[in-house]
Ligand binder design. Sequence first.
Ligand SMILES: Nc1ncnc2c1ncn2[C@@H]1O[C@H](COP(=O)(O)OP(=O)(O)O)[C@@H](O)[C@H]1O
Ligand SMILES: [Mg+2]
Length: 318
Amino acid sequence: MNSLLSDAGSLLRIEGLSVSFETDVGRVKAAENVCFELYRDETLALVGETGCGKSVVASSIMQLLPHNACVQGSAVYAGRDLLGLGEKEMAGIRGSEIAIVFQNPSLSLNPIMRVGEQIAEMLRLRRGFSHIPSLQLAEDMLCRLGLRGWDNMKMYPFQFSGGMNQRVMIATTMILSPKIIIADEPSKGLDEALAGEVMAEMVKIKHQMGSSLLLITHDLMLAREISDRMAVMYCGEIMEIGKSQDVFHRPLHPYTIALLSCLPERGFKAIPGSSPSMINPPVGCKFYPRCPNRQEKCKRKPNMRQVGTGREVRCWLY
Ligand SMILES: Nc1ncnc2c1ncn2[C@@H]1O[C@H](COP(=O)(O)OP(=O)(O)O)[C@@H](O)[C@H]1O
Ligand SMILES: [Mg+2]
């Protein structure tokens, strides 16, 4: 423990994060006043439908947004606001202290380097390991993620399936024992049974390392299985946050209720209407036009309200 975590084990605090993109057709408000904390050791899932702003939140924390992005707010880690750091300082944090697993392994892996070398190289470049020990640790990590043996270490990414490369990427990320792992749709490309297994192993490894995981996913079942807490995002805003079990068993926000009703086990009910434009989102509650419980006052924006321990919801009903 260090003194920077005096705040009930909070490792990363996102406050008032707003991201917009200037485009030919207008300003896209991809994230608006996003606030959450990531606690030490926990897995926090950021869930929501495709396009709601999850990846934008992840990329802004890592300062990986394109130049047309306008970012406001703060992301405080170890006493420093990551959003205000220079590229050099950020490069020192990226990978070593906060690492991100992207959804597309083919963009992140080096196509002409054996996978074992790619994982081991991280330890050599960033942690000063020598050749043999770095390879041994790389093999151990791959093995834990279900790719056992030196034969796998010697493969090139093109010899592996998408799912295998996804595991190589996870290994490359975890090998440096970062304090925070951000996994953006990490199970994409893995079939369902394998996704569960690989993700469970990832959580086990991160637990042993004492790291925290920010899991970004549209897969609610995966979020329920492996996360401690869950933040539900809609059209750039967090609508509800709480313990995953509580959110699943007693969703509060009408959007969360509607989203969970889309699950096959809950009747596959589609949410009426469509997601609003991020260029001209509804004023007030963004779910207002589709909400079965809407009232006149929903035309004004509700604030996030605390409802019970560790539970917050952005809705006038509470
Ligand atoms: N570089 C960009 N320029 C303009 N709009 C963008 C850019 N990147 C993302 N967006 C928009 O921001 C919104 C959120 O995107 P994203 O975070 O990728 O969603 P998610 O990860 O939840 O699927 C989307 O409407 C997307 O089109
Ligand atoms: Mg995304």
